[in-house]
Write a protein that binds this ligand. Structure first.
Ligand SMILES: [Zn+2]
Length: 180
């Protein structure tokens, strides 16, 4: 059995730790502090360990907690998540060229699908119930139309790619014949 000189071992470990600490950066020596963040709540830059919470003006304490916040903006996405991550972004992003095609084709196909998804009105149905039913049928028909449209566009792009590939093969063959 090897006998350890405890004092020597401790001394070695302490020296090793000391050397490691000297080589490490501030965040390496203090990993519990977390990385630096641009805090959108207090509008300054600090360590992630410091968590800032938004404080809003509160109303009567007799009301339930979620209703006590007086500022309406506090309940919007900017109020909850901060405006920073939404800055410079469109509320409704413009569709890409491919998506525009999909939207157009879906709208064109919709009238073909709609009759199949229509449900006859139940008797004694209130106007609200009828409206709800119509919206549901239209949504289902629109979903089906979109599935169809997506399939058609995929098929079209596949055919286009295949035609291009064949054209390449033919041209290559013609060029090879010329070379000979
Ligand atoms: Zn902060």
């Amino acid at each position: 059995m090897t006998e350890f000189n405890v004092n020597e071992e401790v001394q070695k470990a302490a020296e090793k730790l000391h050397k490691e600490l000297q080589e490490k950066s501030f965040s390496g020596r203090n990993p519990q502090l977390g990385r630096m963040v641009n805090c959108s709540v207090c509008d300054s830059r600090h360590r992630a360990a410091q968590v800032c919470e938004q404080k809003f003006a509160m109303g009567s304490s007799r009301r339930p907690v979620e209703d006590q916040i007086l500022l309406v903006a506090a309940k919007t996405r900017n109020g909850v998540l901060g405006a920073k991550q939404f800055k410079g972004k469109r509320l409704k992003p413009h569709p890409s060229k491919a998506n525009l095609q999909l939207i157009q084709l879906t709208q064109d196909l919709f009238p073909m699908h709609f009759p199949f998804y229509r449900v006859p009105e139940p008797e004694n149905a209130t106007p609200e119930e009828i409206t709800k039913q119509e919206i549901e049928s239209a949504t289902n028909a629109m979903t089906a139309a979109r599935v169809d449209a997506r399939r058609m566009l995929l098929q079209k792009s596949y055919l286009l790619r295949r035609r291009r590939r064949r054209q390449q093969d033919i041209s290559r063959r013609i060029n090879q014949k010329k070379d000979v």
